[in-house]
Design a protein around this ligand. Structure first.
Ligand code: SF4
Length: 425
C-alpha cells in the first residue's frame, strides 16, 4: 500500500482522539544538537479546528488493526473499515518530513492493539526512541500508552515522550466492562498510578538538582541545567467518551476529580460519542449534543482553576446533568443568588472567582488594582469583562445592581445562543 494511502487511513482513524493538546512540556530546542525541533517555551505552538480539536501535530495511529472489540470504536476487530499499518521507520520519516516542511510541530501517536499489548507498545516506543536517539528530534511527542503493557515499557515511553496518556475511555468501570470487555479499569488505574509516580520522581529530582546548582559555585549555563532524567515533562492526560453510555455529568465530574486528585492528571479530555458505522445495538443512535461536551469542559475548568468541588457544580435541581442553556458557573450563581452581589473592593479572591463573567486573570487584575484605589464601575469597562453578565452579581464604589438579581427571567436574559452541533463525518 502507498504511504499516502496509509496516511489517509491512519490519520482519519486517529481523529476520534481529543486528548492531543500540547501544552506544559519543557523548553527544548535544536541549538547545540545534531537534529531538529523545538517545544518553544512552555509548549509548542498549536492551533485548533473549529470544533476545538488540536491540529498542529501529526496525529496518527501506528495501525488501525486491532484485536479488541470496544463497541464504541470504529477500529474494533469486528468493524468493516479499510486497515493499514505503518512501520516504525515510516512514522519516523513522515514526522521528520512534515516537520521540515513546517506542517507540524510534533507527533501524536496512538495505535490499535496487535499481537499483544507489549508488542504494540514496543513499536510505539521504538518510534519515539528512533526520533529522539537516531535523529535527535527535539519536537513534541505525545504517546498514547496501552494500559496492559509492562511497567518497563511505560517507563521507556516516559523517557522519550513529552506527554503520555492512557484513555480511561468510559466514566465508570461498569460501562467499560459492558462496552469494552477486553479492557480493565483496574489495569488503567494501575498504569496511571505508575506514571504519576515516575513523573513525580523525575520532577522532584530535577527540582533538587536545580536548587543545588543555584547554591554551588558559578558554572556555565549548560552545566547549570538540571540533568536528572526527564519523564513525560508534560504530564499525563486521559480521554473520556461522553454519551456512549447512560452515565450522568455528576458521575463524570466525580471521576475526573478522582483522576486529578489521585493520579495528578494534567488534563481530562471529554469526547462526545460519535455514532459509528455498523454500531452495536448497545450504543445510542445519535451523538449527544456537542454543547454537553462543552459544558463538561467548562465544569472541569471550574474544578481546576476556580475552587469549585465536583459535587457542587451539578445542582440538585439538575438531576445529575449540567444545564445546556447556561454555563455551569452562571447556573451556580443563579441558584445561589443569596451569595451576591459580591463587593469588588472587599470580597476575597475565592468569592470573586465565583462571579459569572470573571476569569482568573480578571480577578487577579482586580485584586492588584484595589490595593491602590477603590474599584469603580469604569474599572470593569476597562477590563473588557462581559458587563451584561457581570453587573447583576457585583457592587463597586459607585455601583449597586439594585433588584437585578430578583428578576425571574435573569437566566434567559444572560444565556447566550446555543452553539451549533458539528459532526466528525
Ligand atoms: S483497543 Fe479498543 S479503543 Fe483502542 S483501537 Fe482497539 S478497539 Fe479501538
Amino acid at each position: 500500500m502507498l504511504l499516502q494511502s496509509k496516511l489517509a487511513i491512519l490519520a482519519d482513524a486517529a481523529k476520534y482522539d481529543a486528548s492531543c493538546a500540547s501544552s506544559g512540556s519543557v523548553s527544548r530546542d535544536s541549538v547545540g544538537g545534531r537534529g531538529m525541533g523545538s517545544t518553544e517555551g512552555m509548549g509548542i505552538c498549536h492551533s485548533y479546528a473549529p470544533d476545538g480539536r488540536c491540529i498542529s501535530l501529526l496525529k496518527i495511529l501506528l495501525t488501525n488493526f486491532c484485536q479488541y472489540d470496544c463497541l464504541y470504536c470504529v477500529n474494533r476487530v469486528t468493524s468493516n473499515v479499510p486497515r493499514a499499518r505503518f512501520t516504525v521507520d515510516e512514522v519516523v520519516q513522515l514526522t521528520l518530513d512534515f516537520y521540515r516542511r513546517n506542517c507540524i510541530e510534533g507527533l501524536f501517536l496512538s495505535s490499535g492493539i496487535i499481537q499483544s499489548p507489549d508488542y504494540t507498545m514496543e513499536q510505539v516506543v521504538e518510534v519515539a526512541r528512533v526520533l529522539r536517539e537516531a535523529h535527535d528530534f527535539r519536537g513534541y511527542i505525545h504517546l498514547k500508552t496501552i494500559p496492559d503493557a509492562s511497567p518497563e515499557l511505560l517507563q521507556r515511553a516516559g523517557r522519550y515522550a513529552d506527554r503520555l496518556s492512557i484513555n480511561i475511555e468510559l466514566p465508570t468501570a461498569e460501562s467499560l466492562t459492558a462496552l469494552a470487555p477486553e479492557k480493565n479499569s483496574a489495569a488503567i488505574d494501575r498504569s496511571m498510578a505508575r506514571m504519576a509516580v515516575h513523573i513525580g520522581e523525575s520532577r522532584a529530582a530535577r527540582k533538587e538538582q536545580a536548587a543545588q546548582a543555584v547554591v554551588s559555585l558559578p558554572q556555565s549555563r549548560t552545566t547549570r541545567r538540571a540533568s536528572a532524567p526527564l519523564f513525560a515533562p508534560g504530564g499525563q492526560s486521559t480521554q473520556m467518551i461522553v454519551g456512549a453510555d447512560a452515565t450522568d455529568d455528576r458521575t463524570i465530574l466525580a471521576t475526573s476529580a478522582r483522576l486529578y486528585g489521585v493520579h495528578r492528571l494534567r488534563r481530562v479530555y471529554y469526547s462526545a460519542f460519535s455514532p459509528i458505522p455498523d454500531a452495536a445495538r448497545a450504543l445510542p443512535l445519535a451523538a449527544p449534543p456537542i454543547v454537553r461536551e462543552h459544558r463538561l469542559y467548562q465544569a472541569d475548568w471550574l474544578m481546576r482553576f476556580y475552587g469549585f468541588t465536583h459535587d457542587e457544580i451539578v445542582l440538585p435541581s439538575q438531576v445529575g446533568m449540567l444545564a445546556l442553556d447556561v454555563d455551569p458557573k452562571l447556573a451556580w450563581a443563579l441558584a445561589h443568588r443569596e451569595r451576591f452581589p459580591v463587593n469588588l473592593n472587599t470580597a476575597p479572591r475565592e468569592l470573586l472567582l465565583r462571579v459569572p463573567g470573571f476569569g482568573v486573570q480578571t480577578v487577579d487584575r482586580l485584586l492588584a488594582a484595589r490595593r491602590v484605589r477603590r474599584l469603580r464601575h469604569a474599572d470593569l469597562t476597562r477590563l473588557h469583562v462581559p458587563l451584561k453578565k457581570v453587573l447583576p452579581f457585583v457592587e463597586a464604589a459607585d455601583y449597586r445592581p439594585g433588584r437585578a438579581l430578583d428578576a425571574a427571567d435573569l437566566a434567559a436574559q444572560l444565556a447566550p445562543p446555543p452553539p451549533v452541533q458539528r459532526s466528525l463525518f
